[in-house]
Write a protein that binds this ligand. Sequence first.
Ligand SMILES: [Zn+2]
Length: 258
Amino acid sequence: MGAAANAQPIFDAHMHYSHDAWDVVPVQDVLAILKKAGVRRALISSSGDDGQQRLFQAAPDVIIPELRPYRSRSDVGTWFRDESVIPYLQERLSKFRYAGIGEFHLYGENADLPVPRRMVELARKHGLFLHAHSDIDAVERLFRQWPQARILWAHAGFERPEKVAEMLKKHRNLWADLAFRTDHGSGGKVDPAWRATFMAFPDRFMVGTDTYTPERWHYVGEHAAWSRQWLSDLPKDVAERIAWKNGEQVFGSLLRPE
Ligand SMILES: [Zn+2]
């Protein structure tokens, strides 16, 4: 395998630059890590938006920000019943530009609680993607609230590839990231059931590192190299789409100046 600069570019669709990473991995270090790994663009959602905005300011051609409904890590398990999340989202949406709202954790009937419903209304008003770390039930409820929603399904719901294929078939506006799972490829080979799903829906998958703790930033290069290995077991055009073209096509133009 050649140097990252000559290798398959990567669009990393699942990154976080949350408050506890800002001092440990400063902005310039993040950008150096991405460059060395051959990550040409990254979709980033962060608990705490200020550091994420600094990152975006430093490299608007590389960083695509999403607005997370979490001010800090502790919001993960409580945000969907926390009314104060909505004014926070409104305040941020009035000041900054985003490609989506998420990644948020939301399961089952919680998706129909008032706070998630208002979040979906804000996404609709601003024309934003939803990046959902959700089970099938919650994804279905989000689509019922907003049938035209565009949803990036984090970790492909940690579902089996057959189930993922069913969902992709049912919902044309559903994409899936493969972050934080390894069952689809190992030792440079793609799992047969996953291969069938990738071949059936080559336009709907993206890779992602999921830098959910600061230390994970030091894993970005290794993850990019590992992704290139299993992707090389797919036909070249499918591998290119999953590696970067899908992310570029779906998110790449969202933040260009109007
Ligand atoms: Zn995540």
